[in-house]
Design a protein around this ligand. Structure first.
Ligand code: ATP
Length: 425
């Protein structure tokens, strides 16, 4: 994968309705991207998979959904007002801003103008009602006591949420990798201090399981133990899960041990007792926290990078997305072999209607020739295409084409739903 593969991915994402530049008719907005119909569906499937895996199927994790704007006091307690800054330099000529730690020399990389001296630039967006959250963790810390009181939670347990975070990045770049508004999927797992290592290890394994189940190429992911001095201000241990993006190896996810930093700080700032009382010993203490973080945009980019494939089919070059069927935005597409035969179209529409009822993410297409329709579905990663042809009227069968091999197998119409369900599981 190279920079040119990134261009190909961006172009496919735009051309096929996954990702558009935000507010594009007004020239776009740097560091912001909109999701199109297939991107929104893909994002929804990823979030659902995550929620099912880490919240619904576990008895020890509670889901919450907290606000994106939080008062200054929260960010004072969390340390973000003081510490959430990157060193920035501004060009005296063109006024463009750059991350000081990513610039070599004293000249502007755009116009060769002189760069001013570096200053700390806080990455939080201020609004009239407070700051837009730069991380979703604080919504969980400030609700720790609420959940304890209302859910009878017993350690170890976690709070999880999926939601937007905002960072006024100095230099947004690399498509979905570094943007100013993004979704995070994250939990705070509260443990006894003496047990933090055990839970850290267990979440580390869970993160690898997730990487495989969402369809990220495992071989392109590696762990990086973040050395002291480079860790976030709250962290006593951090592992970055890095992915080989087309522009290099960079952070995909993070696993951090936040110790009792956040709860202690909030206790001090708010004056509210956030300690936990052990139900057996009666001992009162501040729980420690393990935090696995999953960026949704970086997940989508890693999935697109892993899935993007160019090959030859029947001697013709083609491009397809080898998405896991469980997260593919369209599961099945149904076609009549040709458009101008009403009986074929009618039969295909009937099959489409029934499959749509069962699977939801099903498309009907009778535009252009069949080869073009297959290519379009290949490019959006649809695992199966069903085609109604003349033989359908003789024996009630249709062809089912496999995206990856291009192979077509005849199946009875009545068996389609069952087959697809089996293949999806
Ligand atoms: P980086 O070093 O890349 O700036 P970070 O260490 O500040 O990232 P964290 O604070 O650990 O990032 O953020 C948690 C997760 O949020 C990251 O693992 C990543 O998936 C996601 N993330 C952070 N910043 C951005 C961004 N600007 N655009 C998209 N996703 C982001």
């Amino acid at each position: 994968m190279t920079e040119s593969s990134l261009e190909k991915i961006i172009s496919l994402a735009k051309r096929r309705g996954f990702v558009y530049p935000a507010s594009e008719i007004y020239g776009g907005l740097s560091g912001f991207w909109d999701l199109g119909p297939y991107g929104a569906e893909l994002a929804h499937n990823i979030k659902e998979l995550w929620w099912n895996m880490f919240v619904k199927s576990r008895a020890d994790v509670f889901g919450v959904a907290t606000t994106t704007i939080m008062p200054d006091a929260v960010w004072k307690a969390s340390g973000h007002l003081e510490g959430f800054a990157d060193p920035m330099v501004e060009c005296e000529e063109c006024k463009k801003r750059f991350r000081a730690d990513q610039i070599e020399g004293k000249k502007c990389p755009e116009c060769e103008g002189n760069l001013g001296s570096p200053r700390q630039f806080n990455l939080m967006f201020k609004t009239e009602g407070g700051y837009l959250r730069p991380e979703i963790a604080q919504g969980m810390f400030v609700n720790f006591k609420n959940v304890l009181d209302t859910m009878r939670a017993v350690l170890p347990f976690g709070l999880a949420q999926i939601g937007k975070a905002y960072r006024n990045e100095i230099a947004p770049r690399d498509f979905l990798f570094r943007v100013r508004e993004f979704d995070l999927m994250e939990f705070e797992y509260f443990v006894k201090e003496s047990e933090w290592e055990k839970h850290f290890e267990s979440w580390r394994k869970e993160m690898w399981l997730w990487i495989a189940s969402v369809g990220i190429d495992k071989n392109a992911v590696s762990e990086l133990e973040v050395p002291e001095g480079e860790r976030a201000h709250y962290s006593k241990r951090t592992i970055d899960f890095e992915f080989e993006y087309p522009f290099g190896k960079k952070e995909l996810y993070g696993l951090a041990y936040r110790a009792d930093y956040d709860l202690s700080r909030h206790m001090k700032e708010s004056g509210v007792d956030l300690r936990y009382t052990d139900p057996v010993s009666g001992e009162k203490f501040t729980p420690h926290v393990i935090e696995p973080t999953f960026g949704l945009g970086r997940t989508i980019l890693a999935i697109l990078t892993s899935a993007y494939t160019e090959d030859k089919l029947g001697g013709e070059p083609r491009t397809y997305l080898k998405l896991k069927p469980s997260i593919a935005p369209v599961k099945v597409a149904v076609f009549p072999l040709v458009k101008n035969k009403p009986a074929l179209v009618e039969s295909a529409r009937e099959i489409y209607k029934n499959l749509k009822k069962e699977f939801g993410a099903v498309e009907f297409d009778d535009n252009g020739n069949i080869g073009k329709r297959y290519r379009r579905q290949d490019e959006i990663g649809t695992p199966w295409c069903v085609t109604v042809d003349y033989q359908t009227f003789e024996d009630d069968t249709v062809t089912v084409r496999d995206r990856d091999t291009g192979e077509q197998i005849r199946r009875k119409i009545q068996e389609l739903g069952g087959r697809i369900k089996d293949m999806l599981s």
